[in-house]
Design a protein around this ligand. Sequence first.
Ligand code: NAD
Length: 434
Amino acid sequence: MNITVIGTGYVGLVTAAGLAELGHHVIGADIAAEKVATLNAGGMPLWEPGLQEILHRSRHNGLIRFSDDIPAAIRASQVYFIAVGTPEAADGSADLRQVERAIDDIGKHGRSDGVVVVKSTVPPGTGDALEKRLQQKWERSDLQVVSNPEFLRQGNAVADFFHPDRIVVGASSPAACEVMAQIYERLDAPLQTCDRRSAEMIKYASNAFLAMKISYINMVANLCDHLDADVDAVAQGMGSDPRIGSAFLRPGAGYGGSCFPKDTQAFITMGKQIQVPMPLVEAAVAINRNRPRDLLQRLVKEWGGLHRRKLGIWGLTFKPMSDDLREAPSIPFCRLALDAGATVAAYDPLIGRDYPVKDVHLYSDPYQVAALSDAVVLMTEWPEFRQLDWERVMKGRKSLLLLDGRNQFSLEEMKQVTHRWPLTYLSVGRPRLN
Ligand code: NAD
């Protein structure tokens, strides 16, 4: 099939590359000319494990190309995936302007009987509104609009494309469902078809539920800190119950990224607009917003204040295996620490410059950061931190405080480390060591 994917960000680029790997002829179209130029030159505008390899293969096979000529890219295909951004608007709702611009381009240039597949996360009813816009503004009753929400996780996006838990398709006609089934026919995944509004709702309801799970275990962790219980044991006991499940029961610095924060906010705003209270989601957001402050308080409690304290940060991105800093908890944490009078040095494997908090000094290895710091705070659980040489971290030191904001290390292994070295280990919802 000939498919144009509009938007080549995390979702669009992975979708475009994945569809080409499935054998379709794909054009990745983006208004960002420099992104397109990078892609056409064989470069990568973003980093995802395995993405470069599959893109390279499809380029070589002539199955994918990129263009910033949106009208031409649309004219060349019959199926249009919309994967543009839907950021948070000032009132908390999803800002749909990028989607509307894409739909107008499709209305103007789309081939007759084309299918529009909305991958961007959009509120229930958006597909209906887009279809109406196509009909009323562009007199295009021949175009069908399908909702196909995306569930990939950054850092694992390529694997998630090829092995999704489910593919959700919301469409009003069997013909559109058939096109979607053909597009994904080579994937071995359950395909759920439903009405378009329900498909759009599934995405928000899923993200809000996951955010609630994270905030719930973070709330429990705060209680464990005060009542001397171990939240890891609690999470294990809870997660063994299949009605609860163990996924997303990991306490830490809170969720970030380009999805959970804006999608929970949009979900709450949807409720507000039609007077349907959303207190569970509101509580999840409030708990999450406090996570950086909760963590910082642990240090304040140790020292009585942060004035002139030297802090080191290990990991800045919102999650490991991703270069994405959007809504990363490290950002408010660093701002709060600087406001409280601390200095901040940081290391992240993928962030060497352009960190949004300008007074944070970036270094190229975790040992340098530790050497400069009174306390190190682990904000992102990069796998390489598992390989740390503690002898090197502790070389020549009389003491060091490590606040593990992701519970990346087990208490067992840290007992060995704190036994050998003058290291005090604090983590989230677990007993202090040393
Ligand atoms: P992104 O910001 O990384 O990428 C969006 C891209 O769209 C940019 O490259 C931008 O230049 C381009 N663009 C904007 N308007 C355009 C237009 N009119 N025509 C062509 N290109 C245009 O966004 P993302 O993270 O890939 O997210 C895209 C959508 O998918 C959002 O709705 C998001 O909520 C949803 N989503 C994201 C994830 C994720 O993990 N990032 C997961 C599931 C769903």
